[in-house]
Ligand binder design. Structure first.
Ligand code: C6P
Length: 414
């Protein structure tokens, strides 16, 4: 057994890789618990981008001079690393986009507009982020297709019986999240894809929350499309990924028109470049892609099984500790069935007040509907406070959060 597989990760050691933790917030060590929104960056990611700007900066796929060829090589190496990380068959199945939102829009506006008709159905779930709702609403309005929703159970799971009755001969695509950004629910992706395929539908997986935290194997899932963002997996903002099976990419019309996505342009028509370049119009975010490649190296070095194991232990601990706060209610499934995301209410205290008080303690959490209003509607809530973990969070962070929440509860009761 390799050493990397046998030893648990030490978050105290890992924190040292993240320059942001060397500062204080309101005079206290920073407790960063907003990882579901965006994760912090290790030195290796920052340095990879810095080096590229200093030493290898030139536009990619356009120059026939040494610097551009080196930059292109680095950009394509990043694509290879991402393909390997999620077990894609080939780097050609990796389209670089801006983020998860753009990846899902790309599928909706290309595959969706080309294939959906009145009478067709697009199936999503009640636990989706707005990124996997609004593009489908827009495309259904334009094509006359119908949007249908899989409901969730009280304890935050997909209602699998309802799913069976919703999937049918009219379903053209089932688009669902692998892990909820509010409930933390980890969905049985391979099983959901299998059920979609059984009725002849395609399956799109929103991997924004799962790819950064769990091992990903798109071939084992047999997913048709998977969308995720670099900034949530220790990489830079401005770059994300659409994975798609190659034959689907080849059959889809382009999303945006412009430089590099073409083979030939005349005054009357244009033909398209091969995939994935057909979908990468204009100068891509190549420095960011290299930063994402460095993030993938970092996570691969840790091992995604160990990342999950570390977060699982922390979420177990946090679930127990937070329940010591009077009036606190966590929504979603039990700790064994969720990733490192805990959204909660605290009696009648508004989540914005909770977050503002925690901020004074140097603790960063998110408050609001987390771009997932239908989930909040489902639980009759307007907003929740959310604490979310990553590899650099410690039990001490959870203890500080718990102590601060005790103070908030006391303040508002008193
Ligand atoms: N959720 C959160 O605080 P972008 O913004 O395109 O990188 O990711 C969108 C997105 C899509 N799906 C899921 C499940 C998500 O959680 C997110 C982003 C952040 O919960 C920012 S709103």
């Amino acid at each position: 057994m390799k050493l990397a597989e046998s030893v648990s990760l030490d978050p105290y050691r890992l924190r040292e890789d993240f320059p942001i933790f060397s500062q204080k917030m309101h005079g206290k060590p920073l407790v960063y618990l907003d990882n579901t929104a965006s994760a912090q960056k290790p030195r290796t990611v920052i340095e990879a981008m810095d080096t590229m700007y200093r030493e290898v900066y030139a536009n990619v796929h356009r120059g026939i001079y040494e610097l551009s060829e080196r930059a292109t090589q680095m950009y394509e190496d990043a694509r290879r690393k991402v393909a390997h990380f999620i077990h894609a068959r080939s780097r050609r199945e990796i389209v670089f986009v801006r983020n998860t939102t753009e990846a899902i829009n790309l599928v909706a506006y290309t595959w969706g507009l080309a294939n959906l008709r009145p009478g067709d159905e697009v199936l999503i779930t009640e636990m989706e982020h707005h990124s996997n709702i609004v593009p489908w609403q827009l495309i259904c309005q334009r094509t006359g297709a119908t949007l249908r929703w899989v409901p969730i159970t009280e304890d935050g799971h997909l209602n699998m019986e309802a799913l069976d009755s919703l999937l049918g001969e009219h379903t053209r695509i089932f688009a669902f999240t692998a892990m909820s950004n509010v409930l933390g629910t980890i969905n049985p992706v391979a099983e959901l894809v299998r059920r979609a395929h059984a009725v002849g539908a395609l399956a799109l997986v929103d991997g924004a929350q799962s790819v950064p935290h769990l091992p990903t194997d798109v071939q084992a899932w047999d997913a048709d499309f998977v969308a995720f963002s670099s900034h949530k997996m220790l990489g830079p903002t401005g770059i994300g990924v659409l994975y798609a099976k190659r034959h689907l990419l080849e059959g889809m019309p382009p999303f945006m028109g412009g430089g590099e996505m073409i083979r030939e342009v005349t005054m009357t028509h244009a033909t398209w470049n091969e995939v994935p370049y057909k979908f990468e119009a204009g100068t891509p975010a190549f420095v960011e892609a290299v930063g994402l490649g460095a993030a993938v190296d970092y996570l691969s070095g840790l091992g995604m099984d160990r990342v999950h194991e570390l977060e699982q232990a922390l979420v177990d601990y946090a679930y127990e500790r937070l329940h010591t706060v009077e009036g606190l209610r966590i929504i979603g499934p039990g700790p064994k069935e969720r990733g490192g995301v805990l959204s909660f209410t605290l009696d009648d205290v508004h989540p914005h007040d909770v977050a503002a008080i925690l901020d004074q303690e140097g603790i960063a959490v998110r408050a609001g509907h987390h771009c997932a209003q239908p989930i909040h509607d489902r639980y009759d809530l307007v907003a929740t406070t959310r604490a979310s973990f990553y590899i650099y969070n410690t039990r001490e962070d959870v203890d500080r959060l718990t102590a601060a929440l005790h103070r908030v509860a006391h303040l508002f009761r008193g």
